[in-house]
Design a protein around this ligand. Structure first.
Ligand code: TYD
Length: 318
């Protein structure tokens, strides 16, 4: 199932990939808030993985129904629709894919699964809401719900609103890289494949009612990542444009992953090689991202998010 912004190209690719599944995978396009579509898609399933979400913090900060409203709708109500159908179908496992952002800003140390949820953006609040409704179905209806909280995920086919695909595609076009504030915010980067292995393991071996952190162990500042991108593309520092900070910007997320490690998961990737491969992927697959960036809705979003931010024009120094 999709979140609202999955583009036509993503849907075609998902369809193609799933059509090729040897075990006869079936692709159904639908909205998780649409109970009828959910009923059709879930028919006969024994495990549900909910990846569908509105996921971009900056969009959630735009307080209109099309933006912040869509987060509450998809990330909370959509989860409820899935849970109701999963309950009706008696599924064996329901995995709610959540985020490290539900812990809020972590100035030091690492979040453990029993820490309080202190989300600070409408995005992370809506994801926390989704988790809580999912957990309530475990408590109230004895549903086998498992929650995963992943860190900042990257890899090919990431929509070009997130830091890495946005900065890579802008740099390829010699366009400014809009760095929020001092760029010293820290994120823990996780390759999509490691993330998916963790989610699969949580589904197979996780205890119902429990949450599992999944982090890559690659804590970097936004400046570190930006420098890597510029070096890989052989582009100048002068592309970095310091812009006004994101309101309520969490400085740092960091996860303790002992619990998923105890099930047998560990990160298996080489971060430097993965960033290089991802940058290379965007260089080679302009035909995928260019139409997304040329889309009228994207352009409108970009203008709205960045136009008034760009007052501080001086290049960032390390
Ligand atoms: P993002 O990819 O949006 O993920 P998240 O907000 O979920 O961590 O952003 C990663 C970091 O990069 C975050 O600290 C915000 C910062 N950032 C910028 O500095 N400029 C940008 O244009 C974007 C999209 C993000």
């Amino acid at each position: 199932m999709r979140s609202r912004r999955a583009g036509q190209a993503d849907l075609r690719r998902a369809h193609k990939n799933l059509s090729g599944l040897e075990d006869g995978g079936r692709f159904v396009r639908g909205d998780i808030c649409d109970a009828k579509a959910v009923e059709e898609a879930m028919n006969g399933c024994d495990t549900v993985f909910n990846f569908a979400a509105e996921s971009h913090v900056d969009r959630s900060l735009m307080g209109d129904p099309a933006h912040a409203g869509a987060f509450v709708q998809t990330d909370v109500y959509g989860v409820y629709v899935l849970l109701e159908e999963a309950k009706r179908q008696n599924v064996k496992k329901f995995v709610q894919v959540s985020t490290d952002e539900v812990y809020g800003d972590v100035s030091e140390g690492h979040s453990v699964e029993t820490d309080p949820l202190e989300p600070r953006s409408p995005y992370s609040a809506s994801k926390a809401g989704g988790e809580l409704i999912a957990r309530s179905y475990f408590v109230s209806h004895d549903m086998p719900v498992v929650i995963t909280r992943g860190s900042n995920t990257f890899g090919p086919y990431q929509y070009p609103e997130k830091l890495l695909p946005l900065f890579v595609s802008n740099a390829l076009d010699d366009q400014p890289l809009p760095m929020y504030g001092d760029g010293l915010q820290r994120r823990d980067w996780l390759h999509a494949e490691d993330h998916c292995r963790g989610i699969l393991l949580a589904a197979e071996a996780g205890t119902p009612g429990e949450a599992y952190n999944i982090g890559g162990g690659n804590e970097k500042t936004n400046r570190d990542i930006t420098q890597m991108i510029l070096q890989l593309l052989d582009k100048p520092q002068s592309l970095i444009q310091t812009v006004a900070d994101r309101p309520g910007h969490d400085r740092r997320y960091a996860l303790n992953c002992d619990k998923i490690r105890a099930l047998g998961w560990q990160p298996s990737r080489d971060f430097g090689a993965d960033v290089a491969a991802t940058v290379e992927w965007y260089r080679a697959n302009e035909a995928w991202w260019r139409p997304l960036k040329n889309d009228a809705e994207y352009q409108q979003y970009y203008k709205r998010n960045y136009e008034n931010r760009a007052q501080e024009q001086q290049p960032a120094s390390r």
